[in-house]
Write a protein that binds this ligand. Structure first.
Ligand code: NAP
Length: 517
């Protein structure tokens, strides 16, 4: 692999390269530099104008099924380069083959799902929202809500951990809505994202201006956004807070969707003992959640709530499952967990383990590097002395780290402890009882974007809690940012305007009521 690649941006319909200062992308296994990225000096005002004025009209002129064909072609073009992209994930993100496939296949599967839903949509450039309504005493005065594409751009700012999936989960819904996209990947792993951008542009499947790509920092991009534009941001809650204060949102009412940190939790029901199939699923699912992508997954489990009487057994079984995960050079096929993405991530995770360890016993793993080269740590499990300690509910340690916390076996207590995390992307409950999961889910729901109910009956059928499915919403309240993405055609709504049309039924109904998805 070249060591001095300069990554490019695709803006205003042409490939461009920023000037100094540059960011350096590295291979976290060898610590060698792979590429540089910079957005300095790029004309982002022109980029926004081009997307809005050229890409917007072109996409809005297409019907939803026509837009779906673009999304489908995008999925196929990326899939055709799967092997090459896997290699980039291994080199630049420290992904194992399996982690890289998870990212790339997640991207193409999400696009395909959106393409399939689009194929079933009416041949229309907008959508009707629900049934029409009689508004007056006679049926003549009639109302209908519709969804139309906004006349702006969809800016997607992504985190470093899913360079493929993160980008594509936002593109599917935006393009289908009829809104041009400007992609801004997390810089540390932008190598794969930039390659995908080249694949998309080379395939010539998106109309001119419909797809733009900004590599390097966001620069003054947000300064050029107004009331028809939107930003879907995924990243840390700290950056989310900075964005929320930006004049684009505060003064000009651009839309902002924030997907941020999450102290995802799992609860083992009091009915589950170590003989239950659900117990094996619980251990298997969480060993995977803690180690997949080296724990750098927004939906990874951070807090494991276990009835007091089962804490010893869970610690023993989960530690054994984590110890069995081979850590090392992710290009080796038997390796199951690679390094953290860069030195900053490693230092953050080491510091996080240190903070947790002041209030817990380390069951396995720990903060020490396992090699002198590369950003490797062992999967780490801690056992809390007191589940009420703030440290377990305050700080997302974005690596292969989780804590086991005892609770009294009551659904309400578990839910109150989970809620201490301030709002999360996903919570899971493992139980074969008929009542416990329902009681727990109803208590957990206000604090969770998604709830996964694991049980012996779905031990071999469910995905586990960490997989984001395009048919179900992704996002969470509070600390998790308060945003929402995906969820089938619901995902389009953020990029569209819902407008109420009122008038003579013979005009309103045939004109606006026939485009129901
Ligand atoms: P980050 O440092 O907050 O960066 C996220 C993105 O924001 C990057 O593209 C970054 O660009 C950009 N950015 C930073 N400052 C900005 C500013 N002032 N204006 C505009 N853009 C700005 O997060 P990260 O380290 O990449 O990702 C890890 C975090 O993401 C974790 O906390 C994780 O929980 C969260 N995450 C959440 C989800 C979810 O769905 N909720 C999914 C994945 C990750 P540069 O890279 O160029 O700095």
């Amino acid at each position: 692999m070249a060591t001095s690649t300069t990554l490019q941006s695709y803006l205003a319909g042409r490939w461009q390269t920023g000037g100094d200062p540059t960011a350096t992308l590295i291979n976290p296994t060898t610590e060698e530099s792979l590429a540089t990225a910079s957005s300095s000096g790029l004309d982002l005002a022109e980029a926004v104008r081009h997307a809005r004025d050229v890409g917007g009209p072109a996409l809005r002129a297409l019907t939803l099924p026509e837009r779906g064909k673009i999304v489908d072609a995008m999925s196929q073009a990326i899939h055709a380069h799967r092997e090459e992209l896997i290699e980039l994930g291994i080199a630049n993100a420290g992904n194992t083959r399996s982690d890289a496939k998870f990212d790339i296949d997640g991207a193409t599967a999400t696009l395909s799902a959106y393409a399939e839903w689009a194929a079933e949509c009416p041949e229309s450039t907008f959508l009707s929202d629900g049934e029409g309504l009689q508004l007056g005493r006679s049926p003549r005065f009639h109302g209908q809500h519709i969804w139309v594409p906004r006349h702006g751009v969809a800016v997607h700012i992504n985190a470093f951990n899913f360079p493929a999936w993160g980008m594509m989960e936002k593109i599917g819904s935006s393009l289908l809505a009829g809104v041009p996209v400007i992609e801004k990947p997390g810089t540390p792993t932008a190598l794969m994202a930039e390659r995908i951008a080249h694949i998309v542009v080379d395939a010539g499947i998106v109309p001119e201006g419909g797809f733009s790509f900004l590599c390097g920092s966001a620069g003054d991009l947000l300064d050029h956004l107004g009331g028809q534009d939107g930003v879907a941001f995924t990243g840390s809650s700290g950056t989310g807070q900075v964005l929320r204060r930006h004049a684009a949102f505060v003064e000009r009412s651009a839309r902002l969707n924030v997907e941020a940190d999450s102290l995802n939790a799992t609860v083992l029901g009091p009915d589950i003992d170590s003989d239950a199939e659900a117990f094996d699923a619980f251990i298997r699912d969480h060993a995977r959640e803690i180690t997949q992508k080296t724990g750098q997954k927004c939906t990874a489990t951070r807090r494991v709530f276990v009835p007091e009487a089962m804490v010893d057994e869970v610690c023993e079984a989960l530690a054994a499952a984590l110890d069995a995960v081979k850590v090392g050079d992710p290009s080796e096929r038997d390796v199951r967990m690679g390094p953290l993405t860069n030195a900053r991530q490693l230092e953050d995770v080491q510091a996080g383990i240190g903070r947790l360890a002041e209030h817990a016993e380390i069951v396995t793993g720990g903060p020490d590097r396992t090699t002198s080269k590369g950003y490797f740590l062992a999967a780490t499990l801690l056992r809390a002395r007191d589940a009420n300690d703030d440290v377990f509910h305050a700080d997302e340690v974005f690596g292969p780290v989780a804590s086991v916390l005892p609770y009294d076996g009551e659904a309400k207590t578990a839910a109150q402890l989970v809620a201490r995390g301030g709002g999360g992307l996903v919570a899971s409950v493992y139980s074969d009882d008929r009542r416990f999961p329902i009681d727990a889910a109803l208590e957990l729901a206000p604090y969770s974007g998604r709830i996964y109910l694991g049980s012996s009956r779905i031990a071999d059928h469910g995905t586990g809690p960490g997989i984001v499915l395009p048919a179900m919403v992704h996002g969470g309240p509070g600390r998790a940012g308060g945003g929402e993405e995906l969820g089938g055609l619901r995902g389009l709504q953020f990029w569209m305007q819902r407008t109420a049309i009122q008038g003579f039924k013979s005009i309103v109904d045939p004109g606006f009521g026939q485009a129901r998805a």
